[in-house]
Design a protein around this ligand. Structure first.
Ligand code: ADP
Ligand code: MG
Length: 727
């Protein structure tokens, strides 16, 4: 006895707490080789009965006994296994999975058991050959006729070699010729020693079966054997092999081919027949569940089937990723650029001190000797208090061990009457036709003295040198203003330097050599000149007969970074002093960017939240669209976990694709931006760090997986019967 029902009652609980009795007092038993037709009016309870036998519905009273075991005693995992291995479902509307081809539809039951690909194909091909579908393996369900679809569904039901085939109106959607084909197949299946139970409306169909069971209003009203039915099952040994297709032992054909010699063939077949209830026992590979790889493949198939939707969604998600990466890159690019410039200007071991004030950049105020002394004393006090051995020593105190030097920086572009306070006068070479060429006057907009830390890295051309006595350096703009084609050629030229400072009685006019072109990157468009402080001071003294220049900047060269920051700490406590203008600019910019990046983070957060909700909605809709597929998978034996895994991998893949798409788009857009910036302003304030891309990919995957949690949980929870009924 394969199957027995004892006093089975089934009640449906309705919404208003009333109960509806769909089946009552069901008592029947079934043998191998039977082809049973269940007939009855619509709504009489036929499908309800099939669902109970198939283990899709455990909410009943009474006993359903499979072999020796009561279905009621099965744990959920055993019930899943029972559906997977003992039961094969065939539906009226075929219920093939639309995005999988014939081969994958047939082998889905094996995929859920993690059977090796080659073995799956081998098994499926034998079945598909018997069902005349070998030429259609690669087709999708929509490319098949009704009869072909139903044969695929039958192959799918048979793939795990179940004991019982449950077919709910398998011919309901077919014409009479195809109906006959399907019935022949079902008869062959029964003859191979399986129990086939089919629901049918047609008395004609019922007549060809071995037994007719009629249900009316949930009660058994007829249970008759068909006397004219010839079963080939009992007579299995007597009939010729080719007359009936052996669906039971198709698996043994594989083993005989691959594992056994011809002489052992009969032996292995007999053994298998003796162990018919344990058809999977002989497989060497350990029985498993849906693997991650298979879940990924299934998800990929499904995503490919609705690629337009998925691509649009990925574009949506990647837009927020693109903006995120670009915002980070801009932030890093701008701060990086600005601090690069500051580094170029300053040195970790030099503190620049100037007086505070609104005009500190345009017209720096100068320090008197007394002020300088007081500042030195104050700094030294502060250093002593903070346990530092370093002391500021000026030239006046020690000619050789001094670490305090002076700078004089001033806007020299505008003098009285519109003429520049500083200018260079350059005499171009005579042209060949002996025409006289007038000397050229080039105004200097800003004059600096060379800071103590200036070195080769501040120079632009190979032949440049830091200026010394009788030398000046020019910015590239100043060099160009001289009208010489290449700025390299400016280096070494002799020019007249004219400086007309307010404190001078008469302007300084002196012959100097241009020692180099200096990199003033932030102000590269400006007419800037550098001159050595001591040299300028000596010229002023000689011209003026006075005490000389008053510095506008003090430079303290320290022994290490710690001392530098200590002195900077002290300067920050003074209301009247500030450190270098460049550092001040960088700090200001950093603070601005900090505020800015908080705003950007909020915007990016919002756009990511929108992306998350979008993915959630799309996946949620995908679950409802695939309700029927979920029902089919569950009827085939998919566990809650398997369904969840399929949908979670899909959300993971959505995240992965969106992330990769975002990365590719960002690289393209970023590349274009960098090229555009370089063409327009000569540099690109964009720094795309590799880890921004890793972060963006991770964020994309995390939000997608998060968004997928609810839809996949919902998919896992779906009731198989309701799902199958879903239209
Ligand atoms: P059949 O397959 O014979 O047409 P069913 O087994 O589908 O009939 O249904 C039997 C009876 O049970 C019907 O009256 C139907 O309305 C009822 N029924 C089926 N499913 C449910 C359900 N989930 N909730 C309440 N009643 C149900
Ligand atoms: Mg029905």
């Amino acid at each position: 006895m394969v199957l027995q029902l004892k006093n089975v009652y089934k009640e449906y609980r309705l919404d208003n707490k009333e109960k509806f009795t769909a089946l009552q007092d069901m008592n029947m038993s079934f043998e191998k080789g039977e082809l049973v037709s269940i007939v009855g009016e619509s709504g009489s309870g036929k499908s309800t009965l099939m669902n109970l036998i198939g283990g899709l519905d455990s909410d009943y009273i009474g006993q359903i006994i499979i072999g020796e075991q009561d279905l009621k005693s099965f744990k959920q995992s055993e019930l899943d296994d029972y559906r997977k291995k003992k039961i094969g479902f065939v539906f009226q509307s075929f219920n093939l999975i639309p995005h999988l081809n014939v081969m994958d539809n047939v082998t889905i039951g094996l995929t859920l058991s993690n059977v090796k690909e080659s073995k799956k194909q081998e098994k499926a091909k034998i079945l598909l050959d018997k069902l005349g579908l070998l030429n259609h393996i690669k087709k999708k369900p929509t490319q098949l006729s009704g009869g072909q679809k139903q044969r695929v569904a039958i192959a799918r039901a048979l793939i795990n070699d179940p004991d019982i085939i449950l077919a709910d109106e398998p011919t309901g959607a077919l014409d009479s010729t195809t109906t006959q084909q399907i019935l022949d197949i079902l008869k062959d299946i029964a003859d191979s020693g399986k129990l086939v139970i089919m629901v049918t409306h047609s008395e004609k169909v019922a007549k060809i079966s071995s037994r007719i069971i009629e249900i009316s209003d949930g009660r058994l009203v007829r249970d008759e054997k068909n006397k004219d039915y010839i079963s080939n099952y009992q007579n299995n040994d007597l009939i010729a092999k080719d007359k009936s297709v052996d669906f039971k032992n198709f698996e043994s054909e594989i083993s005989t081919e691959s594992l056994h010699t011809l002489s052992e063939k009969d032996d292995s077949n007999n053994k298998l027949n003796a162990k018919q209830d344990l058809p999977q026992k002989k497989t060497k590979r350990k029985e498993g569940h849906l693997s991650l790889i298979s879940a990924l493949k299934l998800s990929l198939h499904n995503m490919w089937a609705s690629k337009v939707k998925n691509i649009l969604m990925s574009i949506g998600v990647s837009i927020s990723l693109i903006s995120l990466i670009l915002m980070l890159s801009f932030g890093a690019g701008l701060t990086g650029y600005i601090s690069d410039q500051a580094l170029n200007y300053s040195s970790p071991n030099v503190v620049s001190i100037s007086k505070k004030g609104a005009t500190s950049i345009i017209a720096p105020q100068s320090f008197s000797q007394e002020e300088i002394e007081n500042i030195s004393i104050d700094i030294n006090d502060y250093l002593e208090k903070n346990n530092s051995d370093f002391r500021v020593v000026s030239k006046e105190e020690d000619e050789y061990e001094n670490n305090l030097s002076y700078g004089f920086n001033m806007l020299t572009g505008f003098g009285s009457g519109g003429s520049a306070l500083a200018k260079i006068i350059y005499q171009p070479e005579q042209s060949e036709n002996d025409e006289e060429v007038k000397p050229k006057e080039c105004p200097i907009f800003y004059s600096y003295t060379t800071p103590p830390y200036y070195s080769e890295k501040h120079l632009l051309t190979e032949n440049s040198k830091i200026c010394g006595d009788g030398q000046i350096m020019l910015s590239s703009a100043s060099a160009k203003a001289m009208g010489i084609e290449k700025i390299e050629d400016v280096v070494g030229k002799k020019v007249t330097l004219s400086i007309n400072l307010p404190e001078l009685k008469t302007p300084i006019e002196t012959e100097v050599e241009i020692s180099g072109i200096v990199d003033v990157s932030l102000f590269s468009g400006m007419l800037v000149m550098y001159v050595d402080y001591d040299y300028l001071n000596s010229r002023v003294k000689a011209n003026n007969d006075s005490k000389g220049l008053s510095p506008t900047t003090l430079y303290i060269t320290t022994n290490n970074k710690k001392t530098t920051s200590l002195i900077k700490d002290y300067i920050s406590t003074r209301n009247d002093l500030s450190d270098s203008v460049e550092e001040k600019l960088v700090r200001m910019f950093d603070e601005m960017l900090d505020t800015f990046s908080i705003a950007l983070t909020i915007i990016a957060g919002i756009s990511l939240a929108v992306a998350l909700i979008m993915i959630l909605v799309v996946l949620y809709i995908s679950v409802s669209e695939r309700t029927k597929e979920i029902g089919v998978l569950k009827s085939i034996g998919a566990r809650k976990k398997d369904i969840k895994l399929i949908f979670s991998t899909e959300s993971f893949l959505v995240g992965l694709f969106s992330g990769l798409m975002g990365i590719i788009f960002t690289l393209i857009i970023g590349g274009i931006l960098i090229l555009t910036f370089n063409a327009l302003i000569g540099f690109a304030p964009i720094r795309m760090m590799w880890y921004y891309f890793v972060e963006a990919l991770a964020i994309s995957i995390v939000i997608s997986v998060l968004a997928g949690l609810y839809p996949s949980a919902k998919a896992g929870r779906l009731d198989p019967i309701e799902s199958l009924r879903h239209e």
